[in-house]
Write a protein that binds this ligand. Structure first.
Ligand SMILES: [Zn+2]
Length: 582
């Protein structure tokens, strides 16, 4: 019933509700912080007559971030939901724009915090990705599908109307969010691809109709591509190069991309098959994405086209095409393991590795270039990135932004999905379109933008935002001490000396045992190890000659070994003496 009442909301501008009450407001907060490309999670909060305790909320997206590279071993970062702690019962729904991890990846962590009954609205492909992830952790969610034909969703004071756009993943949408004070257009990740590979273009007419209402207060816009002039290249413009790289190769071909990029996998499979190659899927996330794409009929792939990793050796090199997970260098991904020699499949000279993926995702860039270097050293031919025209950005450039702004005619612009430099270049571009500087809102990292029904806007309100790091399955249990220890381990390794002490005599039972990880290859450094054993023994004897306890011995040996290892090698591994009485 509710849905029908709002059936033609966007089509019939006069039906947009006019609220005369003087001091209602819409507060928009970013739980991942403004000025962050990833961990997208936006809160739209309707505050009636200035009474925050009666506010009602919808959420747009719920994505993960990739921690900075000095957060060793920490897998992911998620938005901080502290602000919602006392407002859980006022959350009317979570609306998902598209299936990229930085927009959906936190659902499995955040849903148990906010409540599993909160309805989630998502496009078909994103739904499949979310459900696959939730099944792994045994969480049931209330997810409702939508597509371009769905009626707008009416939730309390909000009416959310999805609008199809194009991006680097199919099934991407924007939202026209009608509220009592006007329309907010949530324009997250998009480009205007006039030749999309799946044939589904953006719904320009619908965007124009939203603009024609004259009621668009603010456009929250993707800004990542706004430092590029002109129009972003179409996905179809790389098809030819991508095809050539695959069909012209004599040896084995490996393709890596963002797992969710099912259009790219579909292309690779088609080109590979055209020259008689069999498809080898390596890595859980790619396998899952391809299965989802098959189920949703984005791609047709017969069982006979695929061969399992174990049977690779039965096929000639030029009959194999590998689709590999891990373009961003995640340590436990298939590609990293291959490079480290820890995978059944070994990279060899004559292989070609194609990175059809972005080389700019905050937190991953240097990993990617490290892998490219290592692969090249191993004799593989590596082709990558925009230089080779194997990847186009999924984010619109200035002309696309200008078109969206002109269609919507918003009063305010609020760039999102970019680092500060992108937000700044968005502001510069908007100036050329006649937007005064104060019409482009750039809130602080933790500030909210509050739009008042009298037309004013302020960014004075701040919300609490901490870094919430995910390590394996634990939420937020990784402290700075742990990070510092991991940093030491990663850079200089670990060095452990085991001292077995005879309980009766108080003397060493046998010479110290030395274990090391990531410090030096022990076999090649016998001399150093022997030296350290002798030194550890001497230090032990010295420490026990005075009245001593085990803790004292441990500390003495540790400090001494740290000092001489640094003198000898210039490195500072973590030194862990184990003193055991036997
Ligand atoms: Zn995206």
């Amino acid at each position: 019933m509710l849905k029908n009442q709002n059936k033609n909301l966007i089509n019939a501008p006069n039906q947009v509700r006019e609220y005369k009450s003087g001091n209602d407001s819409i507060r928009i907060s970013s739980l991942g912080g403004f000025g962050d490309v990833t961990q997208n999670m936006f809160v739209y909060e309707f505050i009636p007559s200035g009474d925050v305790s009666k506010s009602q909320i919808i959420i747009v997206d719920c994505g993960v971030g990739f921690p900075e590279e000095d957060a060793f071993g920490v897998d992911l970062q998620i938005p901080d939901t502290q602000y919602l702690k006392d407002k859980k019962d006022r959350i009317l729904g979570i609306f998902i724009t598209h299936g990229h991890e930085d927009h959906i990846g936190a659902v499995r962590f955040i849903l148990p915090i906010l409540g599993q009954n909160i309805p989630i609205f998502a496009p078909k492909l994103a739904t499949a990705f979310i459900e696959a992830r939730l099944a792994e952790v045994n969480i049931r969610a209330n997810i409702q599908n939508y597509d371009e034909n769905s009626l707008p969703f009416s939730k309390g004071p909000f009416t959310v109307d999805p609008i199809r756009v194009t991006h680097s993943i199919p099934d991407t949408f924007h939202f026209a969010i009608t509220t009592p004070i006007g329309i907010f257009y949530h324009g997250s990740d998009f480009k205007f691809d006039l030749f999309p590979l799946d044939g589904k273009g953006a719904d320009y007419q619908k965007i124009a109709r939203v603009g024609q209402t004259g009621k668009v207060i603010a456009l929250m816009s993707d800004s990542l591509g706004s430092d590029h002039e002109g129009w972003s290249p179409s996905e179809s413009s790389i098809a030819e190069n991508f095809k050539n790289e695959i069909v012209s190769t004599k040896g084995r071909v490996f393709v890596t991309s963002i797992s969710s990029n099912i259009i790219r996998w579909t292309q690779a499979i088609e080109y590979g098959k055209s020259v008689g190659r069999k498809i080898v899927i390596v890595g859980f996330s790619v396998d899952r994405a391809i299965n989802i794409a098959k189920e949703l009929e984005y791609l047709t792939l017969n069982e006979t086209d695929i061969i399992p990793v174990e049977r690779v050796k039965n096929f000639a090199d030029n009959k194999l095409l590998f689709l590999v997970a891990g373009f961003a260098g995640q340590p436990d991904s298939a590609l990293s393991k291959m490079i480290m020699g820890k995978h059944r499949i070994k990279i060899k000279s004559g292989d070609k590795v194609i990175f059809s993926s972005p080389d700019y995702i905050p937190g991953t860039t240097s990993n990617i270039f490290n892998m490219i270097d290592l692969l090249s050293k191993m004799g593989a031919e590596v082709v990558y990135g925009e230089k080779e025209e194997l990847h186009v950005s999924g984010h619109g450039y200035q002309k696309e932004h200008s078109l969206l702004i002109n269609l919507l005619k918003p009063k305010y612009l609020l760039p999102i999905g970019g680092n500060y430099r992108h937000l700044k270049s968005y502001q510069e571009m908007a100036k050329k379109l006649g937007f005064a500087e104060d019409k482009v809102i750039l809130p602080d990292f933790d500030a909210s933008a509050t739009f008042n029904s009298n037309g004013s806007v302020d960014t004075n309100f701040h919300i609490p935002i901490r870094k919430v790091l995910i390590d394996g399955f634990g939420v937020g249990d990784v402290g700075t001490t742990v990070l510092r220890d991991r940093k030491t381990l990663a850079e200089d390794g670990m060095f452990s000396v085991v001292l077995l002490i005879n309980k009766e005599s108080g003397e060493l039972n046998k010479p110290p045992v030395i274990l090391s990880r990531g410090f030096v290859f022990m076999k090649e450094n016998n001399e150093l190890m022997e030296f350290l054993k002798v030194e550890a023994t001497n230090k032990f004897n010295q420490a026990t000659s005075s009245p001593a306890n085990m803790d004292f011995i441990r500390e003495e040996v540790q400090a001494y070994l740290e000092e001489i290892i640094y003198k000898k090698t210039g490195r500072q591994p973590m030194v862990l003496p184990l003193v055991i009485e036997v």
